[in-house]
Design a protein around this ligand. Structure first.
Ligand code: ADP
Ligand code: MG
Length: 468
């Protein structure tokens, strides 16, 4: 009886979560069109298709030591990135958690603190990597900055801070020029340093991967959230100022797509569980696509499905485990542990469940098999959706065209892609639903380095050599 109930529920679950070829093609076309619109309109809403002002990629042969500074929600990381040529890098970093005082205080205090981290790197921890004149300040050092907060960028080294979010609420920060704030702090600290570029981590992912594989044309992040960068013709970036476009006509630029905000329930194959997740999220009706597939949400979707199965008597004997009602308590990493469990009797998965929730009766092997099926289906959907949206960036660059034999190289960064078992295979299976074999065989999906450090240092290098 219970078995029949579970089988019927699983069938219904499968048919709502399996995305088919026509869905993926619809999504690809819709994302292409949304992308074109976003390149044309300079909207006051949260922008997509953001110009990076990065208009060259590394060749892999560049050498030298460059500095990056990456301020994220939790940490500030300052790194000396040694470009060794032949796509090889070595990174030495100073990392420090951003304290509450810096999140809420005067903007100058935060920038003084970041300047001190640069001093620590150049004069102490990484001293051996810099020339005596760089260490004593008689020679200028150049930094690339990865800024993981909204910024209204108007050039590679110019951009005004918009509201910061992620727990930051600084006095006098909004509207200030990011690079000037750094330069003022360097001056206060008596440093001879300049910020030569500001980038976003997705742009960094593409640039960093291009150093490793110069054929890379797309960088994707599949982590807490998702995002992607690609290369666009300046002529097509209609929203750039006219004089910039005419000066750089026929050139290319890396675009931060902010693909996370693309997508509408009008064509996305949303299930009742997606609707439920959206209704309970902090920003309902925002990021429909990202909420179906990224690391922050897959575990929660799983929790909602399991809860429904328990409600209907198809799991855990119909008894809700203690603590299972806590939103976001079921992590995406649990899903990947369950898929990686090849122990006899699924003992690892059973232990994972009983370690995290309170059970009246221990979960059965059958319970785990059902849950395994659920997580496999949810993560497969994520990978297939990622293939569809990435293919929109392949289309925009016409990389799939029939007369080309070039590899289509995609660098991907993020814990979901890196650590979720079979994610890469499922991503490729998604491409196989979309493209014929001759195109799929050219698609090379590769693990990309962290764009926040290596990418920013590379862009600093590309820009400072131009400025010199
Ligand atoms: P960030 O988003 O800060 O760049 P990560 O690339 O580490 O950081 O991605 C974090 C996301 O990856 C989280 O949403 C988390 O759920 C997910 N994650 C972390 N470890 C794993 C894992 N082993 N398997 C699957 N997902 C994971
Ligand atoms: Mg990251």
């Amino acid at each position: 009886m219970v078995a029949a109930k579970a089988a019927a529920l699983l069938d219904a679950f499968d048919s709502s979560f399996n995305v088919r070829k026509h869905h993926l093609e619809l999504i690809r076309e819709a994302f292409v069109n949304e992308g074109i619109r976003a390149l044309e309109t300079d909207s006051d809403e949260i922008p997509a298709m953001i110009p990076s002002y990065v208009n060259s990629l590394p060749t892999g042969n560049e050498k030298g030591t460059f500095i990056s500074l990456d301020l994220g929600g939790t940490n500030c990381r300052v790194a000396a990135v040694q470009l060794l040529g032949d796509g090889k890098v070595e990174v030495l970093e100073v990392k420090s958690a951003v304290s509450g005082d810096f999140r809420l205080g005067k903007v100058e205090s935060l920038f003084n603190w970041m300047a001190e981290l640069v001093i620590e790197l150049v004069t102490v921890k990484g001293r051996h990597l810099f020339s005596p004149s760089e260490v004593d300040g008689s020679e200028t050092i150049y930094l690339g900055v990865t800024w993981s907060f909204p910024v209204n960028q108007t050039d590679i080294n110019r951009g005004k801070i918009l509201r910061m979010g992620k727990g930051f609420s600084l006095v006098n920060a909004d509207g200030r020029d990011l690079v000037e704030l750094f330069h003022e702090a360097f001056e206060r600290k008596g440093m001879n340093a300049r910020v030569s570029a500001i980038i976003n981590d997705t742009v960094g992912t593409l640039v960093a991967h291009a150093y490793q594989n110069p054929l890379a044309r797309i960088g994707v992040i599949i982590a807490t959230g998702t995002n992607a960068a690609y290369i666009e013709k300046v002529d097509n970036i209609v929203k750039l100022p006219k004089n910039y476009r005419s000066k750089h006509a026929h050139e290319s630029m890396v675009i931060n797509s902010e693909i996370d905000i693309f997508g509408s329930p009008a064509y996305l194959p949303v299930t009742e569980y997606d609707v439920q997740l959206m209704a309970g999220s902090a920003q309902p009706n925002f990021q429909h696509y990202e909420k179906m597939m990224s690391g922050m949400y897959m575990g929660e979707l799983t929790r909602l499905v399991i809860t429904d199965f328990v409600d209907k008597g198809a799991l855990f004997g119909g008894v809700h485990p203690g603590g299972f009602d806590v939103p976001y308590s079921f992590q995406t990493a649990f899903m990947s542990a369950i898929e990686r469990d090849f122990t006899a009797g699924h003992s690892d998965s059973i232990n994972l469940l009983t370690d995290n929730y309170e059970f009246l009766n221990k979960p059965t092997e059958r319970d785990v098999e059902i849950i395994h099926h659920i997580v496999k289906t949810i993560s497969t959907r994520s990978a297939h959706l990622a293939a569809a949206t990435t293919s929109s960036l392949i289309q925009k660059q016409d990389l799939h065209r029939d007369d080309s034999t070039e590899p289509i190289v995609i660098g991907i960064n993020g814990s979901v892609y890196e650590h979720y078992p079979f994610y890469e295979e499922r991503l490729m299976a998604g491409f196989e639903l979309i493209y014929p074999q001759n195109v799929c065989s050219r698609i090379k999906v590769e693990l990309a380095r962290d764009g926040g450090t290596v990418g920013a240092a590379l862009v600093a290098m590309l820009c400072s050599s131009k400025n010199k």
